[in-house]
Design a binder for this molecule. Structure first.
Ligand SMILES: Cc1ncc(COP(=O)(O)O)c(C=O)c1O
Length: 472
């Protein structure tokens, strides 16, 4: 019998992973910093047409693009004359499991089924588990979701509990854990013991599954409005949502569309900390995931992360928890759409960004998610208050992550805050150049890094040289 100690299981990680994802990652490696990202994306997954066919078969996609006429009017009320772009929302809550994560799960489920895996395993605290469970149910596969739920007092946030409930409702077995390194250990052990497929969030299957979302936005804007969107705002955490959507937009010819990442500002809180775990009132779409995954994407559960958001973003903005809670209620009460928390992060950002744009421009909020039970603002805010967080009305500038949630007094106070891309690029280089020993970067690595930080070659090289000097 295999040794199940923590060290032994972690030591078997490469072989467990190899069996469980069916991708030979080594074949895309160059032996240095660079790897062949585009070849990995095209060879390891399926063509766009095939993915559309896979998704059509399980009722995924073709979600409506809805104009937010009343929110647009409200944004114009606070904007300078002539400003206030038209705001549209891609209603991803209409997917089978209630979020865009159904797209992300669909290709893995299809692949696992065709390759004869008996089931799927995913390590997630969120909507992705529901996507996996729902897809598994449709294809007659088993699903196991390993979920980080509780702090060491045994307390779990209402939003996380609701997401776990959804996974169970779709027939998955849910393993509920406390915060800490046991999540990855348990995940590996489950993969090894079951022989199920690793439906990682970060494989080419997952990310190409999201490309259809970008393609649909482009097609729907073209047919409804006769043009491509000027700006698309995507809620950013692990980076797959933004990466897949941006790649889809590019494939559909949206070369000039600006991609904006939006995350809830949770600066100062530590994601792996037992104490901080329940001091945040958003479980995804926040900077606690968004910043580390943007600046160091290969921290994922597979050797190379197919989600590489820094390659695609034109801007990264943050928004406070109180502003998102406000926008969740505004969407319900002004537009008559009750939707879940994460998508409203980009809606709050879009509401602010629309005010910088001209009235004939188009801003698309790239997704919504379903809402229900613990996902609503009231249980989350009640839980926050019970855990010592101050909740009050006021100026969102007074918000302090983990200490105070300030719900704006009026929508004019909602303001997206810029997270400078230059800082993120420098941080990316700091993480990724750490293994460079002699201070020399080959021409191929230079080209790879320029694509990774999304800068023209000369600008990228200057920044890389400066980072190398600093790292000495
Ligand atoms: C509804 C919703 N929106 C956005 C995100 C962020 O996606 P990503 O982690 O790929 O950046 C998530 C991920 O948890 C989500 O569930």
């Amino acid at each position: 019998m295999a040794d199940k100690s923590y060290q032994a299981v972690m030591g078997r990680r490469p072989e467990i992973m190899r069996k469980a994802v069916g991708i030979d990652y080594d074949s895309f490696e160059s032996g240095s910093l660079a790897f062949d990202y585009e070849t990995m994306m095209s060879k390891a997954a399926f063509s766009l047409d095939k993915i559309r066919e896979i998704q059509r078969a399980t009722g995924i996609g073709n979600t409506p693009l809805l104009e937010m006429k009343n929110l647009t009017a409200l944004a114009r009320h606070y904007a300078a004359p002539g400003k206030g772009a038209r705001i549209f929302v891609k209603d991803e809550a209409c997917n089978p499991s209630g979020s865009f994560k159904a797209r992300r799960a669909s290709v893995s489920a299809y692949y696992a089924k065709t390759k004869g895996y008996p089931g799927l395993v995913s390590a997630t605290s969120g909507n992705y588990g529901a996507g996996i469970a729902s897809q598994a149910a449709m294809l007659g596969l088993k699903a196991i979701v390993v979920q980080e739920v509780f702090d060491s007092r045994g307390l779990g946030q209402p939003e996380i509990l609701e997401k776990g409930r959804a996974c169970e409702a779709y027939g998955a077995e849910v393993l509920q854990l406390t915060v800490g390194p046991e999540l990855f250990y348990t995940f590996l052990l489950v993969l090894e013991e079951t022989g199920f497929f690793n439906a990682s969030l970060y494989t080419p299957f997952s990310i190409t599954g999201i490309e259809t979302l970008g393609v649909e936005i482009a097609e729907q804007c073209q047919s409804l409005l006769g043009k491509k969107p000027d700006v698309v705002v995507a809620t950013n955490a692990g980076g797959g949502n933004l990466t897949g959507t941006a790649r889809g937009l590019i494939k559909a010819g949206c070369a000039d569309t600006k991609i904006v990442a939006a995350s809830v500002d949770l600066s100062g809180l530590h994601m792996a900390s037992d104490k901080d775990f329940n001091r945040k009132s958003f479980t995804t779409g926040h900077t606690g995931f968004g910043v580390p995954f943007t600046t160091s994407p290969d921290r994922a559960d597979v050797p190379r992360n197919a989600a590489r958001p820094l390659r695609y973003m034109d801007r990264y903005v943050t928004i406070t928890q109180g502003e998102v809670f406000f926008m969740t209620e505004a969407l319900a009460q002004v537009e008559g759409l009750e939707r879940g928390p994460a998508g409203n992060t980009s809606l709050a950002a879009a509401f602010s960004i629309a005010q910088e744009m001209d009235q004939d421009q188009i801003v698309v909020v790239q997704e919504t998610e379903y809402t229900g039970a613990g996902k609503h603002p009231s249980p989350q805010l009640t839980f926050a208050s019970a855990n010592g967080i101050e909740v009050r009305r006021g100026d969102p500038k007074d918000n302090i992550p983990g200490q105070r949630i300030v719900i704006p007094e009026n929508p004019g106070q909602i303001k997206a805050v810029e997270l400078p891309l230059e800082k993120l690029r420098q941080s990316y280089l700091k993480h990724n150049l750490a293994s460079v020993k002699d201070g020399k970067v080959s021409a191929a690595d230079m080209e790879y890094l320029a694509a990774e930080i999304n800068l023209p070659p000369a600008e990228a090289e200057a920044m890389i040289q400066a980072a190398l000097k600093e790292g000495k």
